[in-house]
Write a protein that binds this ligand. Structure first.
Ligand code: PMP
Length: 455
């Protein structure tokens, strides 16, 4: 289908006129030409003018096997021939059942129950409510009502998930609406909150976390963590062993561990789940984004038999988990998710990721030669390049310079879609990306940073 010039102009005008874009300063958005995507194929997206772009952020960290993956397309089409949507309230459906079985088979040990929803924030919201209600019903004290979370954490945009968030720019404004969560320092090693240097620090952040847990254990039901890497804060990769130690501390202080794998799940670290990397078994795990291969909105909160059992009883005991969204366990999305997991097995996707991640690591080394690159962080195929005004002092660029935004506009002109998080340039392509595409991704990013900040 060829879109006429008149239709393209109309789309651009109506986009600005009617759509309120998320996390976007609309006053500035309407001053720029909108990039309107019409179609995709593999790791490439095409706009309505016919320009091709490499999808360097996997359509917001969701796409796994590329766009228009035949197996996923067919799975959705086949399901469409049966039924598009029913409900899990009182009924069940075939794809939701099969998917639950498949998720449990690949999930960290001990997770046996799947509660579906349709986005990452609600998966977290559900975990928070579940942990709270479980503890109230089983603990008997009614005192363990709070949560422990980390500075720089991001768990979504609903009120509960914002309450356990730790990025001031996004979360501070809503503070009067939020419940209190106790904040532990996060291991942001490039800007260590204790002024220590990595390796020689003795993981002071863990010592402080333990002190916080000891002080708050009687008031806290759960800790929420993005395992191995805080994504939205700028790909802050945690030191090895951090996650496993957090698990040990949660067990020691009788605090449930909620692993938020919304961003990192489904292969991005080179393992199916980030928890697998340190052989950690959380009490709850939240999944979204890559769960459906990046095709349809779907999320899941997984938990253990022990927690599930805490909700059992006769109706009049009111132990039921009173929570459920209309599109919970949507059959089309579950069908895509089943096909997604099958491709992981059939095409040995994790092996490919590990190989391609090594290649990406080599290509990223050259970024350190750029004067305004302060830090290059990577785990699997997630990378964050932190740009600084002054490398010696690590002084950040001022927000009004919009350096990150200027870099991604430059990259766009060169045929690459990426997104900044402040002054961190994030690269997170679909897992299916090839070595040649990694080369292009890195080269365009490098050239764009140099064009904006200098050599
Ligand atoms: N948790 C984490 C770790 C995330 O990175 C995100 C989204 N980036 C969310 C939760 C929220 O997911 P959603 O945008 O689907 O609500």
């Amino acid at each position: 289908m060829v879109i006429s010039n008149a239709a393209r102009s109309r789309l651009a005008a109506h986009d600005k006129q009617h759509i309120w874009h998320p996390f976007t300063q609309m006053q500035e958005y309407v001053e720029e030409k909108p990039l309107i995507i019409e179609k995709g194929n593999g790791c490439t997206l095409f706009d309505i003018d016919g320009n091709a772009y490499l999808d360097g952020v996997a359509s917001l960290w969701t796409n796994v096997h590329g766009h228009r993956k035949a197996k996923l397309d067919n799975a959705v089409r086949d399901q469409l021939d049966r039924v598009a949507h029913t409900t899990l309230l009182g009924l069940s459906n075939v794809p939701a059942i099969s998917l639950a079985e498949k998720l449990i088979a690949v999930a960290p040990r001990g997770l046996t129950r799947v509660f579906y929803s349709d986005n990452g924030s609600t998966a977290v919201e559900i975990a928070l409510k579940m942990a709270f209600q479980y503890t109230r019903q089983c603990d008997g004290t009614n005192e363990k009502t709070g949560f422990i979370t980390f500075r720089n954490a991001y768990h979504g945009d609903t009120i509960g998930s914002v309450s356990v968030g730790g990025i001031d720019l996004f979360h501070e404004k809503y503070s009067p609406l939020l419940f209190t969560a106790h904040k532990a320092e996060s291991p942001y090693c490039y800007r260590c909150p204790f002024g220590l240097s990595p390796c020689a620090c003795g993981l002071e952040c863990l010592n402080r976390l333990e002190a916080l847990m000891r002080a708050r254990a009687r008031e806290v039901c759960a800790l929420v963590i993005e395992p191995l890497v805080q994504g939205a804060a700028g790909i802050l990769v945690h030191p090895p062993g951090f996650l496993r130690k957090v698990r040990e501390l949660c067990t020691r202080y009788d605090i449930l561990m909620i692993a938020d794998e919304v961003a990192v799940g489904f292969g991005k670290t080179g393992s199916m789940f980030a928890c697998d990397v340190e052989d950690v078994a959380p009490d709850m795990m939240t999944l979204a984004k890559g769960i459906s291969g990046g095709y349809l909105p779907l999320a899941a909160t997984l938990t253990t038999e022990k927690i599930y059992s805490g909700f059992l009883g006769r109706y009049e005991e009111f132990k039921t988990f009173f929570h459920g969204h209309t599109y919970t366990g949507n059959p089309l999305a579950c069908a895509a998710a089943i096909a997604n997991l099958e491709v992981f097995e059939e095409e040995r996707v994790l092996e490919h990721v590990r190989e391609i991640a090594r290649h990406m690591a080599e290509r990223l080394e050259s970024f350190r030669t750029l004067t305004h690159v302060g830090d290059v962080r990577r785990i699997g195929i997630m990378a964050g390049i932190e740009l600084v005004a002054d490398r010696a002092s690590r002084r950040p660029f001022a927000p009004e310079e919009k350096v990150g935004h200027r870099v991604i506009l430059e990259a766009r002109r060169r045929g690459l879609i990426i997104r900044p998080l402040g002054n961190v340039i994030v690269l997170m392509p679909p897992l299916a990306i090839s070595a040649e595409e990694i080369d292009r991704l890195c080269q365009i990013t490098f050239d764009s940073i140099r064009a904006v900040t200098g050599p």
